[in-house]
Ligand binder design. Structure first.
Ligand SMILES: [Zn+2]
Length: 91
């Protein structure tokens, strides 16, 4: 059975809507959403996965493979060195 891209969009939107972290930061929500997405991707046909990942990314999913250049000393929000970043998360 072929699942259409629209079906993934509906399913992923439902996952996004189902995650309620109250007043927690967006990053917490995004992390929970990304974990839920990973479970969803595992449940679908591997040939469908990249299309589903692209949809999920638009909703806030962060692909673990995008983090290969992750540097803990550089702000993930601004890309600026933590020592110089003014986003307010380095207090
Ligand atoms: Zn920052």
């Amino acid at each position: 059975m072929t699942i259409s891209t629209a079906s993934h969009e509906i399913a992923l939107n439902a996952i996004a809507d189902s995650i309620n972290v109250g007043g927690a930061a967006y990053e917490i929500w995004a992390q929970r959403f990304s974990e839920a997405c990973d479970g969803y991707f595992d449940s679908i046909d591997s040939g469908q996965r990249s299309a589903a990942v692209e949809i999920a990314k638009k909703l806030g999913y962060s692909d673990p493979s995008d983090d290969v250049e992750y540097d803990p000393n550089v702000c993930s929000r601004s890309g600026i060195d933590n020592a110089y970043c003014h986003c307010g998360y380095h207090e």
